[in-house]
Design a protein around this ligand. Structure first.
Ligand code: MOS
Length: 706
C-alpha cells in the first residue's frame, strides 16, 4: 500500500509478537516453567440431564494418564462472590456435581504427561445420563425480566401512543442478530501452581486482578496469595473478561494432586466454555412527522440466555440517547434456555442494538423520501432525550457531515436514487450508511507507577494485560508527553503481573481512560518531584505512584458516549447472491485520540469485525439437542483478508474531540465503537444495491437470490 500511515507510536511489543518470542499462557512449558501435568476436560454431550454414572476406568488405564478427577476429588470451593465469574454455577461442584445444565459443562478432568494423552483419555470417560427434562428452545420460551443489568431494562419518557398517533410515517419492523462466538486466535489456557496456600496462575485473561480476586474467594485464600501473570492475551473480545469454570477447575486440579497443572481449551470447547454473543430479536417502531422529525421511538428486545445465567444483551440504551423524540420507550427481556452462558462480545449492547435502530432509521429514510444523513441530522437532540442531561461531548453531526464528504455520499442521489438502479456487469452496487454509538463505561479505580533512574531511564509499572489493543504504546505516549520525551524513550514498561499496581478489567473500551489517566497522574507527580529538586540516588529510582478513578458525581451529571458515522459500498453478484464490501468510511468522535496509528488499526479491526457480523458469523445452534453445532473455524466463518477491503479502501478518521468528563486525559474509548454501525451500513447498502431488505443477520445467499 502506498498510503501514508497516520502519525503515532509503533507498538513497542510488536517485535516480540512478530518474532514469536512473546509468551502466552499456553507457552509456559516452553518458557522453562516447571513441568506440569497436562489437563483435558471431559465435557457433557447433552445440555440437560442427571448424571447417572461416570466410568473413568478406561481413561485411567490410558497411556500417560496420571489422574482422572471427578467432583469428589476436588478441594472445597466457595462461590460467594459471583462477580467477576462468568456464570453463577460452578461445574463439578454443588448442584452441578450430579446434574448437567448446559452442553459442554465439565464433568471430569483428566491429567496426563502430555496434552495429547490427556485429550485422548478424556474421550474414554463414559457418562451415562438420565435425560428427564426437555430442551428449552428460543421459540416458545417465556420472556423474563433480566435480573442483572447495567442499564434499566425498561425506560420510558413521553406518551408513545400519542407520538405514534401524531406520526405521518411509521416504521415497525423486527430485526434479528445471530449467535456469535468470540474465537480469539489464542484459546483460553491456564497454568496453575500451588505452593502451600499460595497460587500462581499463568492465564489468558482480560483481567489479571479480577482473576486473582475471584480465585482467592473461591479457594478461601487472601488475594495477595494469588499471583496472576499474563503479559499477552491473544485476543479476548470479551470471552476472557470474566472468570470461567475452566480456570477454577485447573487451579482446583493442581491443588488436588499437589502438582502444577496446565489446561489449554480445545477450539471446540471455546464454543461452550467462555461465553458467546446470544441471538437477539428486536422490534423497533419509529413514528415521524412530515419533515422526518421523530414523534415516537420504541425499541423492544429479547435475547437468549442460559438456564441459570442472566446475561441480558443490552441492545436498547443507544435508543435512549441517539435521537430526539418526544416519546421514547425501551424494553428488554431474556429467555432462559438450555445452552451455555452468553457473555459480552465486542461490541456488546450497541453492536446488536444499533443494527436494529440504524436499519429502522434507513427504512424510515426511504419511507419519507429523506436522505438518511439528513434524517439523522434532523433528529439530533440538544440534550439526552431520555435523561434530559447535557452531553459531555457529542460530535455526531461532525461525524455525519465529514463522513458523507469523505465518502462522496451526495453522489448517491444522482447516480442511483432508487434501490436496484446501479449495475456494473453482473454486479449490483449499493451505498449505505449508519450512525454508531457506544456507552462510555466509567473505568474502575486504576493504579500506576512511573519512575526514573539516575541515567534518565523511565519506567512504568501497572498490572494490566495487553490484549492486542496497544496499551504499551498508549502508556509510553502519555508518559513521554508529560515528561517531555519521545515515547521511544519510555523503555522500561512492566505489565502483565498482579504483583504490579492494580488495574481494572481490560474491557468495555475503558483502558485508555482509566490506565491512561492513572499513568498521566503518576507522570505528573514524578515531574513535580523532579521540579522541586528530587533526584534519584546512585542505583536508585525516583518513583511516583498515583491512582485515578472517574468522578462519579460529575459523571452522573452528563450523558457521556462515543459516536461515529459509517458509510459503505457493497457489490452484490446478482446470480450468486454474494456480497463483497468494496470500501468503507468511518468517522468517529471518541474524545482525545492518544495514538492515531493504533487508533486507526483499532477502527479498521472494528470494520472487519462488523463485516463478520453482517455477512458471515452465525453460530448454528441445534434447538432439538441444545447444542452449538459448528465448533471450529470451518463451520463458523470469520472474515479473512479476502473478505475485507484493502487498507487503502478503509477510510478511518477522527473528529477533534476532548471529553474531560470521561477521563483526565480527555479520552473516551474506541475499542468497541469501531465494531458498531458497520453491520447496519452494510445491510442498508445491500438494500440500496438489490432492493431486498434483510432484517436477520448474517445476510445469506438465499436472502438475495431465493
Ligand atoms: Mo469487551 S466485550 O468489554 O471485552
Amino acid at each position: 500500500m502506498t498510503e501514508t500511515p497516520p502519525a503515532g507510536y509503533r507498538r513497542p511489543d510488536g517485535p516480540e509478537k512478530l518474532t514469536g518470542t512473546a509468551r502466552y499462557a499456553g507457552d509456559t512449558t516452553a518458557a522453562g516453567l516447571d513441568p506440569a501435568d497436562h489437563a483435558a476436560l471431559v465435557t457433557a454431550a447433552v445440555p440437560h440431564a442427571r448424571i447417572a454414572s461416570l466410568d473413568i476406568e478406561a481413561a485411567l488405564a490410558a497411556p500417560g494418564v496420571t489422574a482422572v478427577l471427578t467432583a469428589a476429588d476436588l478441594p472445597p470451593m466457595a462461590l460467594e462472590t459471583p462477580f467477576p465469574l462468568g456464570q453463577p454455577l460452578l461445574p463439578m461442584h454443588g448442584g452441578l456435581a450430579a446434574r448437567v445444565r448446559y452442553e459442554g459443562q465439565p464433568l471430569a478432568i483428566v491429567l496426563a504427561a502430555t496434552g495429547e494423552q490427556a485429550r485422548y483419555a478424556a474421550r474414554l470417560v463414559r457418562a451415562e445420563y438420565d435425560r428427564t427434562e426437555q430442551v428449552r428452545a428460543f421459540e416458545g420460551a417465556e420472556d423474563a425480566v433480566p435480573r442483572v443489568n447495567i442499564t434499566p431494562p425498561e425506560e420510558e419518557r413521553g406518551d408513545l401512543g400519542a407520538g405514534l398517533a401524531a406520526a405521518h410515517t411509521t416504521v415497525r419492523e423486527t430485526y434479528e442478530t445471530a449467535d456469535r462466538h468470540h474465537n480469539p486466535i489464542e484459546p483460553s489456557a491456564t497454568h496453575a501452581r500451588w505452593e502451600g496456600d499460595r497460587l500462581t496462575l499463568h492465564d489468558s485473561v482480560q483481567s489479571i486482578t479480577g482473576t486473582r480476586d475471584a480465585l482467592a474467594a473461591v479457594f478461601g485464600v487472601r488475594p495477595e496469595d494469588v499471583r496472576v501473570i499474563c503479559p499477552f492475551t491473544g485476543g479476548g473480545f470479551g470471552c476472557k473478561g470474566f472468570v470461567w469454570p475452566h480456570q477454577v477447575l485447573a487451579a482446583a486440579a493442581a491443588r488436588a494432586v499437589g502438582r502444577p497443572v496446565k489446561l489449554v481449551l480445545t477450539r471446540a470447547q471455546m464454543f461452550t466454555a467462555c461465553g458467546h454473543q446470544p441471538r437477539t430479536r428486536q422490534t423497533v417502531t419509529l413514528g415521524a412527522d412530515e419533515e422526518g422529525r421523530l414523534t415516537a421511538l420504541e425499541h423492544r428486545s429479547v435475547n437468549a440466555s442460559a438456564l441459570d445465567g442472566d446475561h441480558g444483551e443490552e441492545t436498547t440504551p443507544g435508543s435512549t440517547w441517539m435521537y430526539a423524540s418526544p416519546a421514547i420507550r425501551v424494553r428488554r427481556r431474556v429467555r432462559h434456555l438450555t445452552r451455555a452462558m452468553p457473555t459480552p462480545m465486542r461490541a456488546p449492547h450497541e453492536g446488536p442494538g444499533m443494527f436494529a435502530l440504524e436499519c429502522a432509521m434507513d427504512e424510515l429514510a426511504w419511507a419519507t423520501g429523506l436522505d438518511p444523513v439528513e434524517l439523522r441530522l434532523r433528529n439530533e437532540p440538544e440534550a439526552d432525550p431520555m435523561s434530559g442531561l447535557p452531553f459531555s461531548s457529542r460530535k455526531l453531526r461532525e461525524c455525519l457531515r465529514t463522513g458523507a464528504e469523505r465518502f462522496g455520499w451526495a453522489e448517491r442521489a444522482n447516480r442511483a436514487p432508487e434501490p436496484r438502479s446501479w449495475r456494473e456487469g453482473d454486479e449490483l452496487i449499493g451505498w449505505g450508511m449508519a450512525a454508531a454509538t457506544m456507552e462510555t463505561f466509567p473505568p474502575g479505580p486504576t493504579l500506576a507507577r512511573v519512575g526514573v533512574d539516575r541515567g534518565g531511564r523511565i519506567m512504568v509499572e501497572a498490572a494490566t494485560e495487553e490484549i492486542g489493543t496497544g496499551q504499551p504504546a498508549m502508556i509510553a505516549t502519555i508518559v513521554g508527553e508529560v515528561l517531555g520525551v519521545r515515547p521511544e524513550e519510555v523503555r522500561r514498561l512492566e505489565w502483565g503481573d498482579s504483583d504490579l499496581p492494580d488495574t481494572p478489567i481490560t474491557a468495555g473500551s475503558t483502558s485508555t481512560m482509566g490506565l491512561g489517566s492513572a499513568v498521566h497522574a503518576a507522570a505528573v507527580k514524578l515531574r513535580g518531584m523532579l521540579e522541586t529538586g528530587d533526584r534519584p540516588g546512585a542505583g536508585e529510582e525516583l518513583v511516583a505512584e498515583a491512582s485515578w478513578r472517574p468522578d462519579t458525581t460529575e459523571r452522573a451529571g452528563y450523558s457521556t458516549h462515543t459516536y461515529g458515522a459509517v458509510f459503505a459500498e457493497v457489490r452484490v453478484d446478482e446470480q450468486l447472491g454474494t456480497v463483497r464490501v468494496a470500501r468503507c468510511t468511518g468517522v468517529y468522535a471518541a474524545g482525545r485520540i492518544v495514538n492515531p496509528l493504533a487508533a486507526r488499526s483499532q477502527m479498521t479491526g472494528g470494520m472487519a469485525w462488523g463485516i463478520g457480523q453482517a455477512l458471515l458469523e452465525d453460530s448454528r445452534f441445534d434447538e432439538r439437542f441444545g447444542r452449538f453445532t459448528s465448533k471450529n473455524l470451518a463451520g463458523y466463518v470469520v472474515p479473512v483478508n479476502a473478505d475485507v477491503p484493502p487498507p487503502s479502501a478503509l477510510d478511518v478518521s477522527f473528529v477533534d474531540d476532548h471529553d474531560p468528563v470521561a477521563s483526565a486525559i480527555g479520552a473516551k474509548g474506541i475499542g468497541e465503537l469501531g465494531a458498531v454501525g458497520v453491520a447496519p451500513a452494510l445491510v442498508n447498502a445491500v438494500y440500496h444495491a438489490t432492493g431486498v431488505r434483510v432484517r436477520r443477520l448474517p445476510v445469506s445467499v438465499p436472502d438475495l437470490v431465493g
